[in-house]
Design a protein around this ligand. Structure first.
Ligand code: BGC
Length: 907
């Protein structure tokens, strides 16, 4: 081995459990990932060495006093599991890594990174849950305070806090951190998140004060408590420069009041804030408490769940949106339009006499007269109220609610407002955007933008179904289809990992049944509809997208039990015997008039057919999972169960004469094709029937939430991407383009444009189950696809489909290994493809040239001819292999950027 090391770049972007320098983890064996950023072609890793140390000094001297992995010969650069001495609670550890490359050259060590543990044992908690003794003012937000004196210089301090429903932590007059609507919602009887803050800069030698405000959040919808009052658990560890320590915990030495300014707060209804009730200085030392208002808190019953360090990205204000217009449809009523349907709230700036009441009503829609239309919000009042204290310019934004809206209507303002008096605050889980797609067709760009916003507006600690009405739940059926598109747009490793625990928490220990929604608060049913296959689809996608094998291990038993439940629910013929929602919410013409969900039940696709197909899908996935985990007996079992189910579906539903399934609806054709369960001899005809149905409808889909996704996948996979393209660019009802034509800025729940009437009951204008087309943009027009045999984008397929009237596409996806880029554009002679493949990855780049034309073209790669007269003439660096398929010339390449220029000699 040559180990000069000079030319090999050090690893960077070190991640511990998917995060950069995480503060407060409770995983005793965290996982490490890294990447190398290099332009070098064909660059990959052949070995690594990780060092973990208790202090930086040792690490700098290359001593891993906690763990020295030694040189491990492997290509693995993702999720390397810590294998050192047991970690201690509340301790920071430093780590670094070096790698060996494809030539056996060693890199320098990376810059150091760190992770810090929180409580590794439940016994570390010394504080107790406290609450206000007053239950008379259920909805007002209690404020807790505690003063204390620190007599020594502080070296470091950490606060650990949980507050149910939501907390805001303040120290010495300042809000700590930038989380909002924290902690994330879980089933509190199973798991409660706490959050770690480095509060060293907030404290000082001398008198200090902590203040905490609690909101109702989802705690108000607790299934086990009748009138849950918010409750707080807190622990502050202060280390002094002299090496001693002090600990402040939540207990009965605190004070609490329910006479604060947040008079009412509710996720669905909004917040009422009376600024006259503010208590200036309450979160500062030296504040004089009015004994009529403040009292000693009671010890509250613990919610029941174990305390877990919150590991997903917190909800934050991620963006401001400036209104594009303000109108006054009636005297004294002002309606602001943000030009975009968002989730969050508004920041209001106002001046006026004390006691003036300003009402803000949020809506996705307007009436003809220009006032807000809240008909589709069901019982959610979606209204914030601010009562002025009358002291000059006042700025208000709520704390414990959020809304889904494009418009806000202000009433009661003392003066005519200006555009600058209202700012839209976009509030969501602060996950990173990791994908982008643009092309030469503006309608498609707009659809992608709408899909992006729809998904963004529905990430609030869980993937919600909608952000506006009295629902906002993690529906598993929607997630079965929605997750893939979401993963092309956002980094959801942590959020989905968390949500899978939510699903597991819904599982009935006796039967294995999971619920329709997670966390489960009695909305939807348990057992879930069999289409709730996201409990298998999402772990599998996390494995494929991030190479996360642990998630499969963690949920293996749970997945098996859900499949076992469904297996028991099959009848003698092998058909799953129940269904509630099926292919939900197709165009109204396809649905049962007046059925549940304001007519959202499909009349044309039988429920049990959908249930059985999705069951088959789940069994297939489970057999793959068993294979990955090396559980070969299980693998065999599920493979044979899949074969039996496939046989049952074909026996019961296939009409061999007509070459259709069940009723022959689009979804009835799509599901068997997607699942590849159609006998080979019928494939083409089933596909043809599907295409004819679309054509008969003038290029329109007739599918519900599930069918719409698989429809696009199937058409593209079976060689009819041209038809999928017609659907994607369609502008008349029903289509995504139709929504755009009606002014939509996010995807609707219904294919119809519903603004009122009976359908308004179920007519969210921001529903990600209908945003799945975004995955099609990435996978088909951009052509970027992971390969499940080498997960985490270790192996990548780049296979763009180039529709005739599209002249260019730019598509980028940030993976754990680095960016994958696929760009193409037509030229006067042919087309150019620019592709970037990250370090430690391989890709098959499909240049879309069919067999015949392969003779007539020349391909140059970065100026050098690599293909001529139907064969590969030269392999520039990085190109490992070239071959042809029916429809493309395929170059197998390693990392690097490539520019393939296709010159059509016949032109
Ligand atoms: C949700 C949907 C979900 C459906 C299932 C609705 O209330 O909004 O997204 O698919 O229920 O019944």
């Amino acid at each position: 081995m040559c180990s000069t090391g000079e030319q090999v770049v050090a690893p960077q972007d070190l991640l511990c459990e998917y995060r950069v320098n995480p503060l407060g983890i409770d995983n005793p064996s965290p996982r490490f990932s890294w990447k190398v950023v290099t332009q070098e072609r064909g660059s990959f890793q052949t070995g690594y060495q990780v060092l973990v140390s208790q202090n930086l000094e040792n690490l700098e001297r290359d001593i891993g006093d906690m763990w020295d992995s030694g040189k491990v010969e492997t290509r693995q650069s993702l999720h390397v599991v810590y294998g050192g001495k047991p970690l201690q609670s509340r301790t920071r550890y430093y780590w670094k890594v070096r790698i060996w490359d494809q030539q056996g050259r060693v890199s320098p060590y990376s810059a150091p990174a760190w992770f810090e543990t929180a409580f590794l044992s439940q016994e570390d908690w010394r504080g107790v849950w406290i609450a206000s003794p007053s239950v008379s003012k259920l909805s007002s937000a209690p404020m807790f305070r505690k003063e204390f004196l620190l007599t020594k210089e502080i070296s470091r301090a950490r606060a650990y806090i949980s507050g149910l429903g939501y907390y805001e932590l303040r120290i010495n007059g300042q809000k700590v951190g930038d989380h909002v609507l924290d902690p994330a919602w879980t089933d509190y009887t199973k798991r409660v998140f706490y959050v770690t803050y480095d509060v060293t800069p907030y404290l000082r030698k001398g008198p200090n004060a902590i203040g905490v405000i609690l909101g109702n959040g989802w705690f108000a919808y607790s299934l086990t408590k009748m009138h849950p009052t918010p409750q707080l658990l807190f622990q502050l560890h202060i280390e002094f420069q002299d090496g001693t320590e002090e600990c402040i915990v939540s207990d009965r030495s605190w004070q609490v009041t329910v006479n604060g300014p947040i008079v009412e707060n509710s996720i669905y209804h909004g917040e009422i804030y009376d600024a006259r009730l503010e208590k200036p200085g309450w979160d500062m030392p030296g504040y004089t408490m009015d004994p009529k208002e403040w009292c000693i808190p009671i010890i509250a019953e613990p919610p029941g769940g174990i305390m877990v360090a919150q590991f997903l990205e917190p909800i934050k204000v991620v963006q401001d949106v400036i209104p594009v217009n303000v109108s006054s449809p009636k005297p004294g009523i002002y309606v602001f339009d943000f030009g975009q349907n968002i989730a969050g709230w508004v920041k209001l700036r106002v001046r006026g006499p004390k006691g003036t009441k300003v009402t803000m009503r949020f809506a996705e829609l307007l009436y003809e007269d220009g006032t807000v239309n809240q008909e589709n919000l069901r019982t959610a009042r979606a209204t914030d109220v601010y009562v002025l204290k009358g002291e000059g310019i006042e700025v208000y934004e709520p704390r414990f609610t959020y809304h889904g809206f494009r418009y806000v209507q202000l009433e009661g303002l003392p003066e005519k407002p200006g555009l600058e008096d209202v700012v839209g605050r976009v509030v969501r889980s602060s996950v990173k955007q990791i994908g982008s797609f643009r092309c030469s067709h503006e309608l498609l760009n707009k659809i992608q933008q709408n899909a992006f916003w729809t998904e963004a507006n529905n990430l609030h600690g869980i993937p919600t179904d909608c952000p506006q009405r009295d629902e906002r739940l993690g529906w598993l059926n929607d997630m079965t289809v929605r997750a893939e598109a979401a993963l092309y747009n956002f980094d959801l490793a942590c959020l989905y990992t968390k949500w899978l625990d939510d699903i597991k928490d819904t599982q009935d220990p006796a039967t294995g049944a999971i619920a329709d929604t997670a966390p489960f608060r009695g909305y939807g049913r348990r057992p879930a509809d069999p289409v709730a296959m996201s409990y298998l689809v999402v772990p599998w996608l996390l494995y494929v997208f991030y190479g996360d094998r642990q998630i499969l291990e963690k949920h293996y038993e749970g997945m098996k039990r859900w499949i076992a439940y469904l297996e028991k629910a099959t009848d003698e013929a092998g058909i799953v015997s129940y269904s509630y929602y099926g292919d939900w919410s197709p165009p109204l013409t396809e649905s049962v008039p007046g059925s549940i969900g304001a007519g959202a039940l499909s009349a044309t696709t039988p429920g049990v057919f959908v249930s059985t197909c999705l069951f088959y899908y789940g069994v297939l996935l489970l057999s793959k999972v068993a294979g990955v985990l090396g559980k070969h007996e299980d693998e065999e079992y599920y493979t044979s169960l899949a074969a039996k189910t496939r046989e049952a579906i074909n026996r019961v539903f296939l009409d061999a004469e007509a070459k259709t399934y069940a009723t022959g609806s689009q979804t009835c054709h799509v599901l068997p094709l997607f699942l590849k369960l159609v006998p080979d001899e019928y494939d083409k005809d089933v596909l043809q029937n599907l295409v004819e149905d679309i054509e008969k409808r003038g290029g329109h889909l007739a599918t519900g939430n599930l069918g719409s996704k698989y429809l696009m996948d199937v058409l593209s996979e079976y060689g009819r991407a041209d038809v999928a393209y017609v659907l994607a660019t369609q502008t008349t009802y029903p289509s995504w383009g139709y929504m755009v034509m009606q002014g939509a800025t996010t995807m609707w729940e219904r294919w119809e444009y519903v603004t009122g009437g009976w359908q308004a009951e179920m007519a969210s204008h921001c529903h990600p189950m209908n945003a799945t087309v975004s995955a099609w943009f990435y996978k088909t027009l951009g052509g970027i696809m992971p390969v499940e045999e080498d997960p985490g984008f270790g192996r990548i397929i780049i296979r763009p489909y180039m529709p005739r009237d599209l002249t260019s596409v730019e598509c980028v996806l940030q993976t754990l290994r680095g960016p994958v880029r696929s760009e193409w554009r037509r030229t006067s002679q042919g087309f150019v493809m620019n592709v970037a493949i990250p370090w430690n990855a391989m890709a098959s780049i499909h240049v879309p040239i069919d067999k015949e034309s392969a003779q007539e073209i020349v391909i140059q790669e970065s100026g050098q001819t690599v293909w001529e007269k139907g064969r590969c003439v030269d392999r520039t660096a990085g190109i490992v292999e070239a071959s042809t398929t029916e429809s493309s010339i395929v170059f197998l390449v390693g990392s690097g950027t490539y520019r393939f220029e296709v010159i059509d000699l016949e032109r």
